[in-house]
Design a protein around this ligand. Structure first.
Ligand SMILES: CC(C)(COP(=O)(O)OP(=O)(O)OC[C@H]1O[C@@H](n2cnc3c(N)ncnc32)[C@H](O)[C@@H]1OP(=O)(O)O)[C@@H](O)C(=O)NCCC(=O)NCCS
Length: 320
């Protein structure tokens, strides 16, 4: 049976940085409050004309360059996003056109909010294991700033924009050791952006609404449980993990999860202080950072895990 292996990573952050001090001028908040409750200091915000596809393209180019492959080898594109550029076609098809390639195993978007990358990675892994694809471009990207209400201090302090990418390729050695994805639609109301286009008008609230405390509690429980379930099913001792790369929502969620999994914080990749919550992009962004600065090395055992609106959550264990 074939495995899939991460050949390369890439990421992109928009140029504009939004600091806590900037937010102090926009809503009633303080740098101290944001830092203490979330660990976030800055986040990047895409320019008005910069699209989700533009960010995905930049991240993809970096991953393709690191992989040192001919771009035409890519036969599958999966884009995890909840902020696509259009209702249709998919961001993946726009990206395919921008890359100037034809694919033989499909190009599509996948919506699992902040777990979009974990869902996309798992889907690409299944395509490769079943020999429906050989080389997949897997992206997590979001331009959350377009659905954030910058007068709502409960949400606008949290989110940022960005993109992350991996090239996943068929290999005789693992690779992706296993993944688990879950969803529970009974939690839709604690985190949602319910607006939709209907007969030329936006119906419902086009901005993100959230019950912060409910999300916090759900996230810690889901992230620690899914890691334990996955480790048990692939027979890996969580104590042997070299790096955990969690979804970057809040430093307190990350710390609580690490504590429940008995993982020391120096084995956890943290970017939330500089990126904020970039939704589907946060895991591949953090992964790329740790690969490029040399923390994550070939052969390391990595736990990726994410949770977000739906609720949808999941984890992957990877021999890098
Ligand atoms: C949003 C979050 C930071 C709020 O922190 P919290 O400790 O739960 O704070 P609370 O919501 O209990 O609010 C406490 C007080 O701070 C106030 N507050 C809320 N946002 C504030 C802000 N940006 N600045 C200052 N005060 C703020 C509240 O109004 C409340 O005031 P009150 O006590 O007078 O009513 C936290 O709940 C969180 O991070 N949740 C998870 C969110 C998340 O990760 N979402 C994405 C998941 S993918």
């Amino acid at each position: 049976m074939k495995f899939s292996k991460i050949l390369a990573t890439g990421s992109y952050l928009p140029e504009k940085v939004l600091t806590n001090q900037d937010l102090e001028k926009m809503v009633e908040t303080t740098d101290e409050w944001i830092t203490e409750r979330t660990g976030i200091k800055t986040r990047h915000i895409a320019a008005n004309e910069e699209t989700t596809c533009d960010m995905a393209y930049q991240a993809a180019l970096k991953a393709i360059a690191m992989a040192d492959i001919d771009v035409n080898q890519i036969d599958l594109i999966i884009v995890g996003t909840s902020t696509p550029d259009a209702v249709m076609p998919s961001t993946a098809c726009y990206l395919q056109e921008k890359l100037g390639i034809k694919v033989t195993s499909g190009a599509f978007d996948l919506q699992a909010a902040c777990s979009g990358f974990i869902y996309a990675l798992n889907t690409a892994d299944c395509y490769i294991k079943t020999e429906q694809a050989k080389t997949a471009l897997v992206i997590g990207v979001d331009k959350l700033s377009k659905i954030i209400d910058y007068t709502d201090r409960g949400t606008c302090i949290l989110f940022g924009d960005g993109a992350g990418a991996v090239i996943l390729q068929a290999s005789d050695e693992a690779g992706v050791l296993g993944s688990k994805i879950y969803a529970d639609g009974s939690y839709t109301s604690i985190l949602e952006c319910g607006g939709a286009v209907n007969q030329g008008q936006v119906m419902g609230n086009p901005y993100v609404t959230m019950d912060g405390q409910a999300v916090f509690k759900f996230a810690v429980r889901a992230l620690s449980n899914v890691a334990k379930d996955l480790a048990e099913s692939v027979k890996v001792d969580l104590g042997g993990i070299d790096w955990m790369v969690p979804h970057q929502a809040n430093i307190r969620i990350i710390e609580s999860t690490a504590k429940m999994l008995k993982l020391p914080l120096d084995k956890v990749v943290v970017t939330v202080d500089r990126h904020g919550n970039t939704s589907a992009a946060s895991i591949p962004l953090a992964l790329d950072e740790a690969v490029r600065d040399g923390r994550i090395k070939r052969g390391d055992l990595i736990l990726l895990e994410g949770v977000g609106a739906g609720f949808a959550w999941g984890a992957s264990l990877i021999r890098f």
